[in-house]
Ligand binder design. Structure first.
Ligand code: HOZ
Length: 426
Protein backbone atom coordinates (compact mmCIF):
# COMPACT_ATOMS: atom_id res chain seq x y z
CA UNK A 1 0.00 0.00 0.00
CA UNK A 2 1.41 3.38 -1.13
CA UNK A 3 0.78 5.23 2.15
CA UNK A 4 1.02 2.38 4.66
CA UNK A 5 3.58 3.79 7.08
CA UNK A 6 2.14 7.34 6.89
CA UNK A 7 -1.25 5.91 7.75
CA UNK A 8 0.14 4.06 10.78
CA UNK A 9 2.01 7.16 11.95
CA UNK A 10 -1.15 9.24 11.60
CA UNK A 11 -3.13 6.76 13.70
CA UNK A 12 -0.46 6.97 16.41
CA UNK A 13 -0.27 10.78 16.21
CA UNK A 14 -4.02 11.09 16.70
CA UNK A 15 -3.70 9.40 20.08
CA UNK A 16 -1.53 12.19 21.43
CA UNK A 17 -1.98 15.28 19.23
CA UNK A 18 -5.42 16.85 18.52
CA UNK A 19 -6.37 15.70 15.03
CA UNK A 20 -2.91 14.14 14.75
CA UNK A 21 -1.38 17.41 13.50
CA UNK A 22 0.10 20.61 14.86
CA UNK A 23 -1.56 22.86 12.26
CA UNK A 24 -5.05 21.98 10.96
CA UNK A 25 -4.61 22.20 7.17
CA UNK A 26 -2.06 19.39 7.35
CA UNK A 27 -4.76 16.91 8.42
CA UNK A 28 -6.20 16.77 4.85
CA UNK A 29 -9.73 17.26 6.18
CA UNK A 30 -10.59 19.60 3.30
CA UNK A 31 -9.55 17.04 0.70
CA UNK A 32 -10.31 13.80 2.52
CA UNK A 33 -7.92 10.91 3.08
CA UNK A 34 -4.97 10.96 5.42
CA UNK A 35 -1.86 13.12 5.52
CA UNK A 36 1.49 11.85 4.39
CA UNK A 37 4.32 11.93 6.91
CA UNK A 38 7.60 13.33 5.67
CA UNK A 39 10.91 11.60 6.32
CA UNK A 40 13.23 13.99 4.52
CA UNK A 41 13.45 16.54 1.73
CA UNK A 42 16.08 17.85 -0.63
CA UNK A 43 15.83 20.50 -3.33
CA UNK A 44 12.43 20.35 -5.01
CA UNK A 45 11.49 16.98 -3.54
CA UNK A 46 9.80 15.64 -0.45
CA UNK A 47 10.16 11.97 0.55
CA UNK A 48 7.53 10.37 2.74
CA UNK A 49 7.89 7.59 5.30
CA UNK A 50 6.87 5.05 2.63
CA UNK A 51 9.73 6.31 0.43
CA UNK A 52 7.43 7.94 -2.11
CA UNK A 53 8.93 11.02 -3.74
CA UNK A 54 6.90 14.20 -4.35
CA UNK A 55 7.55 17.35 -6.35
CA UNK A 56 6.81 19.95 -3.70
CA UNK A 57 4.68 23.03 -4.42
CA UNK A 58 4.30 24.36 -0.89
CA UNK A 59 7.97 24.82 0.11
CA UNK A 60 6.98 24.73 3.79
CA UNK A 61 4.24 27.25 2.89
CA UNK A 62 6.69 29.70 1.43
CA UNK A 63 10.06 29.98 3.15
CA UNK A 64 12.14 27.63 1.01
CA UNK A 65 12.88 29.88 -1.93
CA UNK A 66 15.89 27.79 -3.04
CA UNK A 67 14.37 24.41 -2.16
CA UNK A 68 14.71 22.05 0.78
CA UNK A 69 17.86 21.55 2.86
CA UNK A 70 19.53 24.50 1.13
CA UNK A 71 23.24 24.12 1.80
CA UNK A 72 24.11 27.68 3.02
CA UNK A 73 21.25 27.56 5.53
CA UNK A 74 22.06 24.06 6.76
CA UNK A 75 25.74 24.88 7.16
CA UNK A 76 24.99 27.99 9.22
CA UNK A 77 22.46 26.26 11.43
CA UNK A 78 24.88 23.40 12.17
CA UNK A 79 27.71 25.82 12.96
CA UNK A 80 25.49 27.92 15.21
CA UNK A 81 24.01 24.90 17.00
CA UNK A 82 27.46 23.75 18.07
CA UNK A 83 27.91 27.05 19.90
CA UNK A 84 24.64 26.89 21.83
CA UNK A 85 20.99 26.93 20.87
CA UNK A 86 19.48 29.74 22.93
CA UNK A 87 20.77 32.35 25.36
CA UNK A 88 18.03 34.91 25.99
CA UNK A 89 20.88 37.43 25.80
CA UNK A 90 21.77 39.56 22.73
CA UNK A 91 23.94 38.15 19.94
CA UNK A 92 25.68 39.85 17.01
CA UNK A 93 23.81 37.84 14.37
CA UNK A 94 20.53 39.59 15.35
CA UNK A 95 21.99 42.96 14.31
CA UNK A 96 23.51 41.46 11.17
CA UNK A 97 20.14 40.09 10.05
CA UNK A 98 18.35 43.31 11.06
CA UNK A 99 20.79 45.44 9.04
CA UNK A 100 20.47 43.19 6.00
CA UNK A 101 16.67 43.22 6.15
CA UNK A 102 16.53 47.00 6.62
CA UNK A 103 18.87 47.45 3.64
CA UNK A 104 16.79 45.18 1.41
CA UNK A 105 13.28 46.35 2.28
CA UNK A 106 12.04 49.82 1.32
CA UNK A 107 10.66 52.23 3.88
CA UNK A 108 11.82 50.58 7.13
CA UNK A 109 14.45 51.76 9.61
CA UNK A 110 14.12 49.21 12.38
CA UNK A 111 12.93 45.65 12.75
CA UNK A 112 11.95 43.51 15.75
CA UNK A 113 12.31 39.72 15.50
CA UNK A 114 9.73 37.32 16.91
CA UNK A 115 9.08 33.61 16.35
CA UNK A 116 6.22 33.43 13.86
CA UNK A 117 4.06 35.39 11.47
CA UNK A 118 1.23 35.21 13.99
CA UNK A 119 3.35 36.93 16.61
CA UNK A 120 4.54 39.51 14.10
CA UNK A 121 1.00 40.51 13.07
CA UNK A 122 -0.33 40.46 16.61
CA UNK A 123 2.51 42.71 17.80
CA UNK A 124 2.26 45.03 14.78
CA UNK A 125 -1.40 45.71 15.49
CA UNK A 126 -0.61 46.46 19.13
CA UNK A 127 2.07 48.87 17.96
CA UNK A 128 -0.34 50.53 15.50
CA UNK A 129 -2.87 50.99 18.30
CA UNK A 130 -0.25 52.29 20.71
CA UNK A 131 1.12 54.70 18.11
CA UNK A 132 -2.21 56.10 16.94
CA UNK A 133 -4.10 55.88 20.24
CA UNK A 134 -7.02 54.26 18.36
CA UNK A 135 -8.51 50.79 18.89
CA UNK A 136 -10.16 49.58 15.69
CA UNK A 137 -8.55 47.90 12.74
CA UNK A 138 -9.87 47.04 9.30
CA UNK A 139 -9.09 43.58 7.96
CA UNK A 140 -10.29 41.85 4.82
CA UNK A 141 -12.54 38.80 4.68
CA UNK A 142 -10.44 35.80 3.67
CA UNK A 143 -7.14 37.38 4.66
CA UNK A 144 -5.30 35.40 7.31
CA UNK A 145 -2.86 37.07 9.66
CA UNK A 146 -2.15 34.17 11.98
CA UNK A 147 -4.29 32.81 14.76
CA UNK A 148 -4.34 35.62 17.31
CA UNK A 149 -7.80 36.71 18.46
CA UNK A 150 -8.10 39.99 16.55
CA UNK A 151 -7.62 38.20 13.23
CA UNK A 152 -9.82 35.10 13.61
CA UNK A 153 -12.77 37.01 12.27
CA UNK A 154 -13.74 35.96 8.76
CA UNK A 155 -10.20 34.63 8.41
CA UNK A 156 -8.88 32.69 5.45
CA UNK A 157 -6.46 29.75 5.28
CA UNK A 158 -7.09 26.86 7.69
CA UNK A 159 -9.79 28.81 9.51
CA UNK A 160 -12.04 28.95 6.48
CA UNK A 161 -10.93 25.54 5.22
CA UNK A 162 -12.50 24.10 8.37
CA UNK A 163 -15.56 26.31 8.21
CA UNK A 164 -14.65 28.29 11.33
CA UNK A 165 -13.54 31.69 10.06
CA UNK A 166 -14.85 33.06 13.36
CA UNK A 167 -13.31 30.92 16.07
CA UNK A 168 -15.04 30.15 19.36
CA UNK A 169 -12.89 31.62 22.11
CA UNK A 170 -12.58 35.01 20.44
CA UNK A 171 -14.56 37.38 22.69
CA UNK A 172 -17.16 39.84 21.46
CA UNK A 173 -15.02 42.54 23.03
CA UNK A 174 -12.13 41.67 20.73
CA UNK A 175 -14.31 41.11 17.66
CA UNK A 176 -15.95 44.53 17.90
CA UNK A 177 -12.62 46.23 17.21
CA UNK A 178 -12.02 44.30 13.98
CA UNK A 179 -13.94 45.81 11.08
CA UNK A 180 -14.38 43.72 7.96
CA UNK A 181 -14.16 44.72 4.33
CA UNK A 182 -13.99 42.77 1.06
CA UNK A 183 -10.66 42.47 -0.72
CA UNK A 184 -10.40 44.71 -3.79
CA UNK A 185 -13.42 46.75 -2.65
CA UNK A 186 -12.14 50.25 -1.98
CA UNK A 187 -15.61 51.75 -1.71
CA UNK A 188 -16.47 49.31 1.08
CA UNK A 189 -13.36 50.41 2.98
CA UNK A 190 -14.21 54.08 2.49
CA UNK A 191 -17.68 53.47 3.93
CA UNK A 192 -16.22 51.72 6.98
CA UNK A 193 -13.79 54.56 7.59
CA UNK A 194 -16.60 57.09 7.30
CA UNK A 195 -18.75 55.17 9.78
CA UNK A 196 -15.88 54.86 12.28
CA UNK A 197 -14.33 58.30 11.91
CA UNK A 198 -11.14 58.79 13.99
CA UNK A 199 -11.48 55.37 15.64
CA UNK A 200 -9.37 53.27 13.28
CA UNK A 201 -5.70 52.62 14.03
CA UNK A 202 -4.95 50.98 10.73
CA UNK A 203 -5.77 48.74 7.81
CA UNK A 204 -4.09 45.33 7.71
CA UNK A 205 -3.93 43.21 4.59
CA UNK A 206 -1.94 40.67 2.66
CA UNK A 207 -0.74 42.92 -0.18
CA UNK A 208 -0.99 39.90 -2.45
CA UNK A 209 -3.35 37.52 -0.69
CA UNK A 210 -2.30 33.89 -0.31
CA UNK A 211 -4.82 32.54 2.16
CA UNK A 212 -7.92 32.39 -0.05
CA UNK A 213 -5.84 31.10 -2.90
CA UNK A 214 -3.58 33.68 -4.50
CA UNK A 215 -5.44 36.96 -5.08
CA UNK A 216 -3.85 39.97 -6.68
CA UNK A 217 -4.92 43.47 -5.58
CA UNK A 218 -6.07 45.90 -8.24
CA UNK A 219 -3.92 49.03 -8.59
CA UNK A 220 -6.88 51.20 -7.73
CA UNK A 221 -7.53 49.23 -4.53
CA UNK A 222 -4.00 49.12 -3.15
CA UNK A 223 -3.12 52.73 -4.04
CA UNK A 224 -6.52 53.82 -2.74
CA UNK A 225 -5.81 52.19 0.62
CA UNK A 226 -2.49 54.02 0.85
CA UNK A 227 -4.14 57.38 0.12
CA UNK A 228 -6.98 56.76 2.53
CA UNK A 229 -4.60 55.83 5.36
CA UNK A 230 -2.53 58.97 4.81
CA UNK A 231 -5.63 61.19 4.65
CA UNK A 232 -7.26 59.73 7.73
CA UNK A 233 -4.23 59.30 10.00
CA UNK A 234 -4.45 55.49 9.91
CA UNK A 235 -1.48 53.17 9.44
CA UNK A 236 -1.22 50.81 6.50
CA UNK A 237 -0.05 47.40 7.70
CA UNK A 238 1.30 45.01 5.10
CA UNK A 239 1.29 41.38 6.18
CA UNK A 240 4.26 40.27 4.10
CA UNK A 241 4.60 36.94 5.89
CA UNK A 242 4.10 35.21 2.55
CA UNK A 243 5.22 37.92 0.13
CA UNK A 244 8.27 39.29 1.98
CA UNK A 245 11.54 38.32 0.27
CA UNK A 246 9.44 36.14 -2.09
CA UNK A 247 8.03 38.66 -4.54
CA UNK A 248 11.35 40.46 -4.69
CA UNK A 249 14.09 41.70 -2.35
CA UNK A 250 11.72 44.39 -1.15
CA UNK A 251 8.66 42.14 -1.12
CA UNK A 252 5.22 43.40 -2.13
CA UNK A 253 6.05 46.98 -1.20
CA UNK A 254 8.63 46.96 -3.98
CA UNK A 255 6.62 44.82 -6.41
CA UNK A 256 3.52 47.02 -6.08
CA UNK A 257 5.39 50.31 -5.59
CA UNK A 258 3.58 51.10 -2.34
CA UNK A 259 5.05 52.20 0.99
CA UNK A 260 3.37 50.60 3.98
CA UNK A 261 3.71 51.99 7.51
CA UNK A 262 4.33 48.71 9.31
CA UNK A 263 5.47 45.57 7.52
CA UNK A 264 5.27 42.07 8.97
CA UNK A 265 7.46 39.16 7.93
CA UNK A 266 7.73 35.42 8.47
CA UNK A 267 8.59 32.46 6.24
CA UNK A 268 11.58 33.45 4.04
CA UNK A 269 13.09 35.74 6.68
CA UNK A 270 13.71 32.63 8.81
CA UNK A 271 15.06 30.47 5.99
CA UNK A 272 12.85 27.58 7.17
CA UNK A 273 13.28 28.13 10.91
CA UNK A 274 10.61 29.72 13.11
CA UNK A 275 11.09 33.47 12.67
CA UNK A 276 8.71 36.38 12.29
CA UNK A 277 9.44 40.09 12.33
CA UNK A 278 7.77 43.47 12.12
CA UNK A 279 9.38 46.66 10.92
CA UNK A 280 8.69 50.34 10.36
CA UNK A 281 10.24 53.78 10.33
CA UNK A 282 12.03 54.84 13.54
CA UNK A 283 9.23 57.20 14.49
CA UNK A 284 6.83 54.27 14.82
CA UNK A 285 9.28 51.68 16.17
CA UNK A 286 10.31 54.13 18.92
CA UNK A 287 6.98 53.35 20.58
CA UNK A 288 8.08 49.77 21.18
CA UNK A 289 9.55 48.60 24.53
CA UNK A 290 12.19 49.21 25.79
CA UNK A 291 12.33 52.54 23.90
CA UNK A 292 8.60 53.17 24.28
CA UNK A 293 5.52 51.95 26.15
CA UNK A 294 4.12 49.32 23.73
CA UNK A 295 5.16 46.00 25.25
CA UNK A 296 6.38 42.99 23.30
CA UNK A 297 8.92 40.33 24.29
CA UNK A 298 10.04 36.70 23.86
CA UNK A 299 12.71 34.34 25.20
CA UNK A 300 13.30 32.69 21.84
CA UNK A 301 13.06 35.93 19.85
CA UNK A 302 16.33 36.50 18.01
CA UNK A 303 17.32 32.90 18.64
CA UNK A 304 20.81 32.31 17.18
CA UNK A 305 19.90 29.30 15.00
CA UNK A 306 16.90 31.07 13.53
CA UNK A 307 18.81 34.31 12.99
CA UNK A 308 21.64 32.38 11.35
CA UNK A 309 19.24 30.63 9.00
CA UNK A 310 17.57 33.93 8.14
CA UNK A 311 20.88 35.65 7.55
CA UNK A 312 22.09 32.86 5.26
CA UNK A 313 18.83 32.96 3.29
CA UNK A 314 18.64 36.74 2.91
CA UNK A 315 22.34 36.93 1.99
CA UNK A 316 21.75 34.45 -0.84
CA UNK A 317 18.80 36.49 -2.08
CA UNK A 318 20.75 39.72 -1.80
CA UNK A 319 23.59 38.27 -3.85
CA UNK A 320 21.35 36.42 -6.34
CA UNK A 321 18.32 38.63 -6.99
CA UNK A 322 17.88 36.93 -10.38
CA UNK A 323 16.19 34.14 -8.41
CA UNK A 324 12.96 36.18 -8.52
CA UNK A 325 12.95 36.30 -12.31
CA UNK A 326 13.75 32.63 -12.50
CA UNK A 327 10.89 31.80 -10.12
CA UNK A 328 8.45 34.06 -11.94
CA UNK A 329 9.33 32.43 -15.28
CA UNK A 330 8.85 28.95 -13.88
CA UNK A 331 5.53 29.97 -12.33
CA UNK A 332 4.36 31.44 -15.64
CA UNK A 333 5.38 28.23 -17.42
CA UNK A 334 3.41 26.17 -14.92
CA UNK A 335 0.43 28.50 -15.28
CA UNK A 336 0.38 28.07 -19.06
CA UNK A 337 0.76 24.31 -18.80
CA UNK A 338 -2.03 23.89 -16.25
CA UNK A 339 -4.35 26.21 -18.18
CA UNK A 340 -3.75 24.27 -21.40
CA UNK A 341 -4.51 20.89 -19.85
CA UNK A 342 -7.61 22.06 -17.97
CA UNK A 343 -8.93 23.80 -21.07
CA UNK A 344 -8.37 20.64 -23.13
CA UNK A 345 -10.24 18.68 -20.50
CA UNK A 346 -13.10 21.20 -20.57
CA UNK A 347 -12.81 21.94 -16.85
CA UNK A 348 -13.93 25.41 -15.74
CA UNK A 349 -11.02 27.08 -14.01
CA UNK A 350 -9.35 30.32 -13.01
CA UNK A 351 -5.63 30.58 -12.33
CA UNK A 352 -4.26 33.48 -10.28
CA UNK A 353 -0.55 34.24 -10.21
CA UNK A 354 1.87 36.83 -8.91
CA UNK A 355 5.61 36.16 -8.96
CA UNK A 356 6.12 32.68 -7.52
CA UNK A 357 2.65 32.43 -5.97
CA UNK A 358 -0.11 30.72 -7.94
CA UNK A 359 -3.47 29.08 -7.29
CA UNK A 360 -5.94 27.09 -9.35
CA UNK A 361 -9.67 27.64 -8.75
CA UNK A 362 -12.27 25.38 -10.29
CA UNK A 363 -14.86 28.02 -11.14
CA UNK A 364 -16.13 30.10 -14.07
CA UNK A 365 -15.67 33.67 -12.82
CA UNK A 366 -12.53 35.63 -11.95
CA UNK A 367 -11.36 35.14 -8.36
CA UNK A 368 -10.81 38.58 -6.82
CA UNK A 369 -11.94 38.22 -3.23
CA UNK A 370 -13.13 35.67 -0.70
CA UNK A 371 -16.65 35.35 -2.09
CA UNK A 372 -15.41 34.53 -5.59
CA UNK A 373 -12.75 32.19 -4.21
CA UNK A 374 -15.42 30.28 -2.28
CA UNK A 375 -17.26 29.45 -5.50
CA UNK A 376 -14.60 26.91 -6.49
CA UNK A 377 -15.85 23.36 -7.02
CA UNK A 378 -14.45 21.46 -4.06
CA UNK A 379 -15.26 18.02 -5.46
CA UNK A 380 -13.08 18.74 -8.47
CA UNK A 381 -10.40 20.17 -6.19
CA UNK A 382 -10.35 16.97 -4.11
CA UNK A 383 -9.98 14.77 -7.18
CA UNK A 384 -7.25 17.06 -8.50
CA UNK A 385 -5.37 17.06 -5.18
CA UNK A 386 -5.46 13.28 -4.73
CA UNK A 387 -4.83 12.57 -8.39
CA UNK A 388 -1.67 14.63 -8.15
CA UNK A 389 -0.60 13.22 -4.79
CA UNK A 390 -0.89 9.67 -6.11
CA UNK A 391 1.41 10.68 -8.98
CA UNK A 392 4.01 12.23 -6.70
CA UNK A 393 3.05 15.91 -6.75
CA UNK A 394 2.40 17.63 -3.43
CA UNK A 395 -0.05 20.55 -3.73
CA UNK A 396 -1.63 22.59 -0.91
CA UNK A 397 -4.33 20.34 0.62
CA UNK A 398 -6.91 23.14 0.56
CA UNK A 399 -8.40 25.29 -2.21
CA UNK A 400 -7.84 28.33 0.01
CA UNK A 401 -4.05 28.18 -0.08
CA UNK A 402 -1.49 29.38 -2.60
CA UNK A 403 1.27 27.26 -4.14
CA UNK A 404 4.79 28.51 -3.47
CA UNK A 405 7.39 27.59 -6.07
CA UNK A 406 11.01 27.02 -5.13
CA UNK A 407 13.92 27.56 -7.48
CA UNK A 408 15.17 23.99 -7.17
CA UNK A 409 12.20 22.99 -9.37
CA UNK A 410 13.45 22.15 -12.85
CA UNK A 411 11.50 22.58 -16.08
CA UNK A 412 11.39 18.83 -16.25
CA UNK A 413 9.64 18.82 -12.81
CA UNK A 414 7.16 21.36 -14.16
CA UNK A 415 6.56 19.21 -17.26
CA UNK A 416 5.99 16.14 -15.10
CA UNK A 417 3.52 18.13 -13.03
CA UNK A 418 1.60 19.27 -16.12
CA UNK A 419 1.67 15.70 -17.47
CA UNK A 420 0.25 14.46 -14.15
CA UNK A 421 -2.75 16.79 -14.48
CA UNK A 422 -3.50 15.15 -17.85
CA UNK A 423 -3.82 11.83 -16.03
CA UNK A 424 -6.13 13.17 -13.32
CA UNK A 425 -9.70 12.01 -13.53
CA UNK A 426 -11.44 15.33 -12.92
N1 HOZ B 1 -2.52 27.64 7.03
C1 HOZ B 1 -1.11 27.64 6.86
C2 HOZ B 1 -0.69 28.23 5.56
N2 HOZ B 1 -1.36 29.39 5.18
C3 HOZ B 1 -0.63 26.23 6.96
C4 HOZ B 1 0.42 26.11 7.94
C5 HOZ B 1 0.89 24.67 8.16
O1 HOZ B 1 0.08 23.78 8.23
O2 HOZ B 1 2.09 24.50 8.27
Amino acid sequence: MRYQRSSALFAEAKKYIPGGVNSPVRAFKAVGGEPIFIKKAKGAYLYDEDDNRYIDYIASWGPLLFGHAFEPVIKTVVEKAKKGTSFGIPTEIETQLAKLAVDMVPNIDKIRFVNSGTEACMSAVRLARGYTGKDKIIKFTGCYHGHSDAFLIQAGSGAVTFGSPNSPGVTQGTAKDTLLADYNDLEGVRALVEANKDEIAGIILEPVAGNMGCIVPTKEFIHGLRELCTQEGMLLLFDEVMTGFRLGKGGAQEALAIDADIVMFGKVIGGGLPVGAFAAKTEIMAHLAPDGPVYQAGTLSGNPLAMGAGFAMLSEIDQNPEVFQSLAKKTEYLHKGIAEVLTQKGIAHQINRFGSMISVHFCEDPVVDFASSSKGNNDTFKKYFHGMLDQGVYLPPSAFESYFLNDALSYSDLDSTIEAIKNCDL
